[in-house]
Ligand binder design. Sequence first.
Ligand SMILES: [Zn+2]
Length: 209
Amino acid sequence: MIHEILRVGPLQCNCSIFGDEESREGLVVDPGDDVDQVLAVIRRHQLRIKVIVITHAHIDHIGGAQKLKQETGAPVYMNDNDAELKKMLGVQAAWLGVPEPQQVDIDVSIKDGDRVVMGAAELHVLHTPGHTQGSVSLWLPSEGKLVAGDTLFRDSVGRTDLPGGDARQILRSIHDKLLTLPPETVVIPGHGHNTTIGRERQFNPFLSL
Ligand SMILES: [Zn+2]
């Protein structure tokens, strides 16, 4: 499985590009910005992007989705509970002092238990609300990887002081849905360095029981 991680935009969101070597089918998670760089990776691997997944509707994760959708023709998947937040992209842009990106229509609403098929691989959708109400994490059991959006970070958890945030709920999501995954699972957070489920279970100061 091809997997490249690009840090996009001023907040350096981790954008994942996955590709199946056999079928050349690809999938992009969180194209927040710098779509030209994302497209360059897609071209270098000769991928046909089948799906664009948004982990949650914060501007740094969704900002480039419409441009990437136009360039690739791929449908955009997101959880419905972030629909209101998505309408607030102009407000979010003002907070950051950046131009408002194009609005993107969501083609498919994903929910807990859904599976997104890409080539020979399957991504399991885990609804992990708390950072936002529509936050999802994506588990790829065949790769031993978890794309965690802004729910779980190395040594930290997502902030819950923005609209839609809930501090108790994010801890419940992490304990119930993420820490129950195999400890060797590699976690790709929405920002910063990769970690593993086992490492966070042991050392994350926000998750001590
Ligand atoms: Zn966020």
